[in-house]
Design a protein around this ligand. Structure first.
Ligand SMILES: C[S@@+](CC[C@H](N)C(=O)[O-])C[C@H]1O[C@@H](n2cnc3c(N)ncnc32)[C@H](O)[C@@H]1O
Length: 332
């Protein structure tokens, strides 16, 4: 069971970290680098001796720096969420919007955590002015003791991982991170999907994807890119243009829309790399497989067939299984 970070986001890779870790098992490197750390779930599970984790979203970096500097501890989180949770319940949920306003004025990391765990579907979204704008999950008793304990434990686990390793967190654009890469690094890139989701900290264009590719090639480091190969409607042709002449390994992943079993959408997730990974083939061979109508799945493991978001929801919402909508599949 992977380590789950306290902050949530729609692009979180919790369900894929075991596969990512297994894919790079033979790859040697001195430092793990993530230009797009997001919630940090991948690096925190890989647990490298040395890591540089970066993101353009300042709130994520501030949160993890706060844990590293011990300004945010499991004890502080427990007390904060318990007290604020009572206010949320007493206000019948209206207090969520007071915290959201306060967060947009002060950028408090504890408020960020509160919002991340009580907003609609654990989304992370910011408006054009950089203001957090996700609505409430509509559960006034959201911070019942069981969830507070769960989040407190997640903070404790992540702080232990950060303390044991040599972690550096930086708020910066991927271009700056690319400029800091060394040949002996292993760079794991998980950028937003091109053109799919545009918000203040999270938009991505074809030009940026090309810049990323150019920077990684120039750095002469080993690199892996998380992306998708295909869904029932289309194939991600960037794999065969921008990322051509790479290695690829794939795994089928199911996203639920509406929480119903019949609404499962399969996506073939892909890892692209300039070094051979476990079970990888060349992108040229993959192109031939697709042209011949063969299966594109290289790694198939049964335990990955349940979506993590559904698992999380079932665990967190035991008394109320009314999970209304889950993250849609990554369609470009
Ligand atoms: C798909 S998410 C990463 C998810 C992460 N692997 C996880 O499991 O939580 C992409 C991340 O890229 C960040 N991002 C978007 N544009 C960026 C840029 N130009 N430079 C650096 N980070 C960027 C977003 O803030 C977001 O956290």
């Amino acid at each position: 069971m992977p380590l789950v970070p306290p902050i949530k986001s729609q692009g979180i890779k919790t369900k894929l970290v075991d596969w990512i870790a297994a894919s790079i098992v033979d790859v040697e490197y001195d430092r793990w680098v993530e230009p797009f750390m997001g919630t940090g779930v991948v690096g925190f599970n890989i647990q490298p001796k040395k890591a540089l984790l970066c993101d353009s979203n300042p709130h994520l970096i501030k949160f993890y720096k706060g844990i590293q500097d011990k300004e945010i501890t499991s004890g502080i989180v427990k007390q904060f969420l318990t007290e604020e949770g009572h206010k949320l319940l007493d206000s019948d949920g209206d207090y969520f919007y007071e915290v959201r306003k306060r967060f947009n004025e002060t950028g408090s990391s504890l408020d960020f955590l509160f919002l991340s765990r009580s907003c609609f579907n654990g989304m992370m979204r910011f408006n054009r002015k950089g203001g957090y704008n996700v609505p409430f999950c509509k559960k006034p008793n959201r911070f019942a003791q069981a969830l507070v304990t769960k989040i407190t434990n997640q903070v404790k686990n992540i702080s232990q991982v950060i303390e044991l390793g040599d972690f550096t967190f930086k708020h910066q654009d991927f271009q700056q991170t690319l400029a800091e890469i060394k040949k002996t690094d292993l760079v794991y890139s998980d950028p937003p999907y091109i053109g799919r989701h545009v918000d203040y900290f999270d938009s991505w264009s074809e030009e940026e994807e090309m810049e990323l590719n150019k920077g990684l090639v120039k750095s002469k480091s080993k690199y892996i890119l998380s992306t998708w190969l295909s869904n029932k409607y289309r194939t991600n042709d960037y794999i065969f243009s921008i990322w051509k002449d790479s290695f690829i390994t794939t795994k089928e992943h199911f996203y639920h829309v509406g929480g119903k079993e019949k609404n499962r959408n399969a996506v073939n997730e892909a890892l692209i790399s300039n070094v051979e990974l476990q079970n990888s083939i060349s992108t040229t061979s993959m192109k031939e497989k697709i042209a011949n109508g063969e299966s594109q799945i290289i790694t198939q493991e049964k335990e990955y067939s349940k979506p993590i978001q559904l698992v999380m929801k079932l665990e967190e919402d035991k008394p109320n299984t009314n999970y209304s909508r889950l993250t849609p599949p990554p369609i470009k």
